[in-house]
Design a protein. Structure first.
Length: 93
């Protein structure tokens, strides 16, 4: 039951952040990898501070959150990134 509640909460949190003002916030000194799918092939990178919109989300087999993002300025879909490295306006981290 607890896992179900946590999943519902996480899903509602992602839904609430969809199309919010989000930015890349990777704590490592390298750009954030953009992938074809969660844990998929790397197809590009995003720099810290780049504005993005979350347009989809999923959880992988290790219970890690992934989001599909688009460029906030152009609306161009970019790919999947690790959710932990995306911060949206109004979130408390």
């Amino acid at each position: 039951m607890g896992k179900l509640i946590a999943t519902i909460f996480a899903t509602s949190l992602i839904a609430a952040t969809a199309h919010a003002e989000c930015v890349v916030a990777d704590p490592t000194p390298t750009p954030l990898n953009v992938r074809t799918a969660p844990n998929g092939r790397i197809i590009g990178t995003l720099d810290n501070g780049q504005s993005v919109d979350i347009i989809d989300h999923t959880t992988d087999a290790q219970a890690r959150e992934w989001v599909y993002v688009s460029d906030r300025e152009t609306d161009k879909p970019l790919g999947w990134v690790f959710r932990e490295f995306i911060v949206c306006k109004g979130e408390v981290r």
